[in-house]
Design a protein around this ligand. Structure first.
Ligand code: URP
Ligand code: ZN
Ligand code: ZN
Length: 470
């Protein structure tokens, strides 16, 4: 394999910030130093005035995920290409345990689909919807032999994905003891379903009622319950897509008590607030994601928690559905709910804009340091989900997943310029400061400005190890 030297860039990791040369050979970082001398066989890339960042790690994405009667509109191919253009070189997607297959069957099925398509490295969390002796045995096998060390469970969506408290407790107890992580979607599903039913009976069918029937207090209640289950199980727990201070206050209190509670938020909760839900326009379906957008006061608390480590990860929850029915052949997308908000598939795109949008609203606006930006988008997700130090940093021996980022460039975001199959972006027309210039996956240049050099299938499944967070 060829070697590349990144010359004179500003190397930024979760802990360091210095100008250096980075030598990549055979897929890994071989040397970091100043004025490194290399032979003529080594390609030299000048990174003067650019940041040299570890490739982004996005631990919450949904490609080809079947959700009810529909499917997210990114394939593993389109979604991972979009990720790469956005500076993300590793994603952790989901394998869904259905009524038809086992935990191990679900993982094998997702791998069969992903393997020929992925443009960047990937792994899988397994979504567990029911728990019995076989599921627990398969879970242990997946952790020991398949490199799948995290399992997602839902407190929402009764009758579809929701697991009861005892099932969640059983998984927490075993997975925690085995060194893995249970990730929880925390919302009180049965109360929310009642509120949805009542809203529809009252004739409230437009998309904004999605937000009005998923109150933050029910996110808070479920978060509190999840924490108590984890405490009883003596296990770490990870909350996905935290959106509100109602949830956050329980996370902060638990961490202060020394309970190993970890949590992510997503860019959309930082970029937008609930003022978007102010009309009955169907366009609002773009913002139908779960949990919904919250108040400016919630945002203020999310930023505080990001700064002071009560939130440790910013992942996208990239869960794209098209607004136009039939776009690229995708059916039963957002329009499915045009007469009934509860039928709108939940989720929004965001995989390609994560780093640039957070750099703009976080770093440039003085809310996050550069090191913290890297920690939240690459290093800590890698640590929490057993990918570190192979992923999540720039260090000798780590995978040469490297992003050259230009802090002085600006870009105006348009869905037509992005690489997702989704026909919209929440950031349409927004100008961001900062831009991904080049992306290397295990030392290979895959993104060079607007040009694509990657190949479908070049991504690899990364078997994950134990949680490394405390
Ligand atoms: O809106 C979202 N987050 N869609 C994905 C499914 C879920 O609720 O986690
Ligand atoms: Zn969720
Ligand atoms: Zn999700």
């Amino acid at each position: 394999m060829s070697s590349t030297l990144i010359r004179n860039g500003r190397v930024i990791t979760a802990s360091d910030d210095y100008v250096a040369d980075v030598l990549m050979r055979d897929g890994v970082v071989r040397a970091i130093g100043t004025a490194l001398e290399v032979g003529p066989d080594v390609k030299v890339v000048d990174a003067t005035d650019l940041y040299v960042l570890p490739g982004g790690v996005d631990t919450h994405v949904h490609m080809e995920n079947v959700i009810g009667p529909t499917i997210t509109c990114d394939t593993f191919a389109s979604g991972t290409k979009a990720a790469a253009f956005g500076g993300t070189t590793t994603v952790v997607d989901f394998a869904l345990q259905t009524a038809q297959d086992s935990v191990l069957g679900a993982i094998a099925r997702a791998q069969r689909s992903a393997e020929p398509q992925v443009n960047i490295d990937y792994s899988l969390h397994c979504i567990v919807t029911r728990v019995d002796a076989q599921v627990l045995a398969d879970t242990r096998h997946a952790m020991r032999h398949e490199g799948v060390t995290s399992f997602k469970m839902f407190m929402a969506y009764p009758g579809v994905m929701m697991a009861d408290d005892a099932a969640i407790f059983q998984m927490l107890r075993q997975v925690g003891a085995d060194g893995g992580m249970v990730a929880l979607h925390a919302e009180n599903g049965t109360v929310i379903d009642l509120l949805i039913k009542e809203a529809l009976e009252a004739g409230h069918t437009s998309p904004r009622y999605h937000a009005m029937t998923r109150p933050a207090i029910m996110e808070g209640e479920a978060t509190h319950r999840g924490i108590r289950l984890a405490e009883l199980a003596n296990a770490p727990i990870y909350f996905v897509h935290v959106s509100s201070n109602q949830a956050l206050k329980h996370i902060v209190a638990a961490r202060d008590e020394g309970i190993p509670v970890f949590a992510e938020t997503c860019p959309h909760y930082l970029l937008f607030d609930d003022s978007v839900y102010s009309s009955d326009d169907f366009e609002i379906a773009k913002y139908v994601m779960t949990p919904p957008l919250r108040t400016p006061d919630d945002q203020k608390h999310l930023w505080r928690a990001l700064r002071y480590d009560d939130l440790q990860v910013i992942a996208t929850d990239h869960c794209p559905f098209c607004m136009k029915e039939g776009h690229l052949g995708y059916r039963l997308q957002k329009q499915r709910g045009k007469d009934d908000f509860s039928l709108i598939p939940n989720g929004a795109p965001g995989i390609e804009t994560r780093l640039a949008s957070l750099f703009d609203i976080g770093v440039m606006q003085g809310k996050l340091s550069l090191n913290r930006f890297v920690e939240l988008t690459s290093t800590t997700p890698a640590k929490l989900f057993g990918l570190f130090p192979k992923k999540g940093t720039i260090a000798v021996g780590s995978d040469a997943d490297v992003v050259l980022f230009d802090p002085a460039a600006t870009q105006t975001i348009r869905a037509k310029d992005l690489h997702s199959n989704c026909d919209y972006t929440l950031l349409e027309g927004r100008t961001l400061r900062g831009k991904v210039e080049k992306v290397f996956l295990r030392g290979e240049l895959i993104v060079d400005g607007p040009d694509w050099h990657g190949r479908e299938g070049m991504g690899r499944f990364v078997p994950r190890g134990e949680v490394r967070a405390f």
